[in-house]
Design a protein around this ligand. Structure first.
Ligand SMILES: O=C(O)C1=C[C@@H](OP(=O)(O)O)[C@@H](O)[C@H](O)C1
Ligand SMILES: C=C(OP(=O)(O)O)C(=O)O
Length: 432
């Protein structure tokens, strides 16, 4: 699946009255790619139910197959059988952080030569801390000192493992990456973080929880230290939860129109960061209830014209920033989103991109080193650049709900985590 930035921009559908919708969302990218990787490293075959079929999950599947695992991705439930990692391979990371960071520690177990590359922008997303950590754990990594794509791992069929210190202040994925494969290292892995606070901690909790479900022993009792004991990774059949971060535009639709959206299968307990969306949107004037059928979110009476701004530190849940920022740009009182300097290393520099694109549509937005602030403004139509970033596309789509003539560039980039987002979204608004 590719994205085409030269395709005509997509006219984001406007919603002129309160919506009343129920949606079943595709699976979580983060849970899906952890499930696939652990299934490929496990001690037997497993089934990944309600698999997410998106660019990132297909890239992960392709990477694991190239290493030697056997995957059947033809149906709704994907079968994964581990295989010997004994061949040379070329891995395409696309723009998937989870592939570029999570696969190298697994590829280090191979006896082959494994080459990594990805989309042009991926070459500037950071991975050097993971590569340096692998070198410290005994792996032969060749990156010509770049600390970035492209790089090659020359495997010996096993990894010594042991203690390693790294700075994960740019991405929690650096830690998750080492933990996910660590049980298969001779000495396991004992990872310490040294640096400014690690962002997106719920994603590390997700890694630890998933590992424990696979019977892996993880010690996370001390702050900034995670130790994985050596041992087998048990094969587990699992069902992928809906992607709660991708629920953001749908919940935003309720918030902007003063309508109601029910998201089916919202888990009662989850490590997904999107779990905080009901709380954030409640602070903006929405009402949320968790019911048997799912999460029901109702926007304030009057929708956008009654939507309050938000003052929030999104350090733990940075991937929610684009959709929340779009709502803040449209809100009737000021907002300040803080603590997300790390999202400058996401699919694009999201702080700069949001400031530029929302400003171009008339938003009163100020860019800060670690976030954005907004004052109420009247927005107008125009083109909304997305920089190949699915969550920028969600942000533009949300502005288009409330503002005439918003054209979202390269809407196909949403395929990263959501199959046919544009078709799904348009279908909802046509039906309503
Ligand atoms: O482990 C994961 O699945 C993710 C971790 C987070 O990365 P950062 O720690 O780089 O923010 C998150 O933003 C990303 O979308 C998915
Ligand atoms: C940061 C994100 O993705 P990635 O897994 O590529 O880092 C994201 O989906 O918001």
């Amino acid at each position: 699946m590719t994205t085409d930035s030269d395709a005509p921009a997509w006219p984001a559908p406007r919603a002129r009255r309160p919506v009343d919708l129920a949606v079943t969302l595709p699976g979580s990218k983060s849970l899906m790619n952890r499930a696939l990787l652990l299934a490929a490293l496990a001690d037997g075959p497993s089934l990944v139910r309600r698999a997410l079929r998106s660019r990132d999950s297909l890239l992960m599947a392709g990477a694991l197959e190239a290493l030697g695992a056997d995957l059947d991705t033809s149906g709704e439930h994907w079968r994964v059988a581990p295989g010997a990692f004994d061949r040379d391979a070329a891995i395409d990371c696309g723009l998937a952080g989870t592939v570029m960071r999570f696969v190298p520690p697994a590829a280090a177990l191979s006896s082959g030569v494994v080459a990594f590359d990805g989309d042009p922008y991926m070459r500037s997303r950071p991975v050097g801390e993971v590569l340096a950590a692998l070198v410290g754990l005994g792996v032969d990594v060749r990156d010509e000192g770049r600390g970035a794509l492209p790089f090659t791992l020359h495997g010996s069929g096993h990894v010594r493992g042991g203690r390693v210190v790294l700075d994960a202040s740019q991405s929690s994925q650096f830690i998750s990456a080492l933990l996910l494969s660590g049980a298969r290292y001779d000495e396991g892995v004992d990872v310490r973080h040294d640096g400014k606070p690690v962002p997106s901690l719920p994603h590390i909790d997700m890694t630890v929880a998933v590992l424990r479900e696979h019977g892996v022993e993880v010690d996370d009792t001390d702050a900034n230290r995670w130790a994985v004991a050596p041992g087998p990774i048990r094969a587990v059949d699992r069902t992928i939860e809906p992607d709660l971060s991708n629920a953001a535009p749908f919940l935003g639709l309720a918030a902007l129109t003063g309508g109601t959206v029910l998201v089916h299968d919202w888990p009662e307990h989850t490590t997904q960061p999107g779990a905080v969306l009901p709380d954030l949107l409640t602070q903006m004037g929405c009402t949320a209830t968790l019911e048997e059928q799912g999460l029901r979110l109702t926007g304030p009476d009057g929708g956008r014209s009654a939507l309050s701004g938000l003052d929030a530190d999104l350090h733990d849940v940075g991937e929610l920033t684009p959709a929340i920022a779009a709502l803040c740009a449209l809100a009737t009182t000021p907002s300040h989103l803080r603590g997300v300097a790390h999202i400058r290393h996401h699919e694009t520099d999201r702080i700069a991109a949001l400031a530029k694109e929302l400003d171009a549509l008339g938003a009163e937005v100020v860019e800060h080193p670690d976030g954005l602030s907004f004052s109420p403004a009247t927005l107008h139509g125009g083109r909304f650049g997305t920089y190949a970033d699915h969550r920028m596309a969600h942000a533009g789509t949300l502005v288009g709900v409330a503002v005439d003539d918003v054209l979202v560039e390269d809407i196909a980039c949403t395929s990263k985590t959501f199959p046919d987002f544009a078709g799904f979204w348009s279908g909802l608004l046509e039906r309503d």
